[in-house]
Design a binder for this molecule. Structure first.
Ligand SMILES: [Zn+2]
Length: 372
């Protein structure tokens, strides 16, 4: 019987080491990894750069040679990619890559497109191999590219992107391997999200000790979130997309007028006690789905940013009181705390915060999905 090996957990660890800022998990499923930039190298074989030393590596590749001459480095065995299939299933679309042995693969996401690149070293396409047939709204195209005599690339162009994770399946004699790249389906297709960057213009919001303005952080996070949501297939409207003042009632009115599916108000906190840290999320009392949405977002936001988890609370802020749709007001950290002010200013924090909010929104919509 072939043994099916899930590499997802290994993958998460590897991603965390290689690219801590870019590795992100999503739930459900809990082992899903969203690859969001070009640095997400995924060592699926025990090759250089992995935690295995050279001799161990040689022993596994060629035991006889390694015993005879442990200093002699053998080239890795060339693999032939014999088959490519696209499996149209729920909740994922799956690319199956079949080869005559273990593949050395690097996965990366093109940051400017919904494109995932699968780089395969020591591999060639079998003569006549062509991209798989498919009929799937997730997938736009697949291209096979031969880089040189020992490197090939598979370019997967998606119509939307929220993430991927891999699994492998080894045949009984190690001479057959299937590698599966699972692309998550987005629950955000045709959903309209209104993002409300708090304050703006003459209303600066909170001000940090180093002069950081809340209104600027709110807008920058909101713009990053907009891109992520749009990549995931959502329709996104901002209550402001520059440094202008918009009234609170106007913001809520816009969300109601558009009959949006979600309203996300982005803020940064302040407190007279400079020691107070963390993220808190507010929803209007008794408003449907507010607690579910807020809990999902708080969970993933704190996971992504490493900030302290305060709580999901009820609040009577105008923007969440007046919006007649599920909505939350996020407080992404305290500008009154010196450590958090420094982090809040950084691009990395803003990217992680946007990612955390996206993942919370995905988790929220997935919570309504029918189980498979
Ligand atoms: Zn605010």
């Amino acid at each position: 019987m072939p043994t099916k090996v899930k590499v997802c957990l290994v993958l998460i660890v590897a991603l965390s080491i290689l690219s801590p800022k870019s590795a992100y998990g999503l739930n459900p499923p809990p082992n899903q990894v969203l690859g969001n930039d070009e640095q997400s190298a995924v060592p699926l074989t025990k090759k250089s750069g992995s935690p295995f030393n050279k001799n161990q590596l040689l022993d596994e590749i060629s035991p006889a040679t390694a015993q005879n001459d442990p200093t002699k480095v053998q080239p890795e065995k060339m693999r032939l990619i014999t088959g490519l299939k696209w499996l149209n299933s729920r909740p994922k679309g799956q690319l199956a890559i079949e080869a005559d042995g273990e593949l050395s693969v690097n996965l990366s996401k093109n940051p400017s497109k919904n494109q995932v690149l699968i780089d395969l070293d020591f591999a060639q396409f079998a003569p006549g191999l062509s991209p798989p047939d498919f009929h799937d709204e997730l997938l736009e195209s697949i291209r096979l590219i031969t880089l040189n005599s020992s490197q090939v690339k598979i370019e997967v162009n998606l119509n939307y992107f929220i993430g991927y994770y891999t699994e492998s399946d080894t045949g009984p004699n190690q001479d057959q391997q299937s590698l599966f790249i699972n692309f998550s389906r987005s629950p955000l297709i045709k959903k309209t999200v209104v993002i409300d960057p708090g304050h703006g213009g003459s209303d600066r919001g909170a001000v940090g000790r180093k002069g950081t303005l809340e209104k600027d952080i709110n807008l920058e996070v909101a713009l990053k979130l907009k891109d992520l949501l749009e990549n995931a297939g959502a329709n996104v409207i901002l209550t402001r997309n520059d440094d202008t003042y918009i009234g609170l009632y106007e913001r809520a009115y816009l969300a109601n007028y558009l009959m949006a599916d979600l309203f996300i108000s982005v803020h940064v906190n302040s407190h007279p006690n400079p020691k107070i840290q963390g993220i808190e999320v507010f929803y209007y009392p008794d408003r449907r789905h507010g607690l579910n949405l807020g809990s999902n977002i708080l969970e993933s936001l704190t996971q992504q940013t490493g900030f302290k988890k305060l709580a999901v609370k009820t609040g009577r802020f105008v923007v969440i009181r007046e919006t007649q749709i599920p909505g939350v007001l996020l407080e992404l950290g305290f500008l009154s705390n010196q450590e958090e002010e420094s982090k809040l200013k950084s691009i990395g924090y803003k990217e992680n915060a946007a990612l955390g909010i996206l993942m919370g929104i995905v988790g929220y919509f997935n919570s309504f999905a029918m189980p498979d």
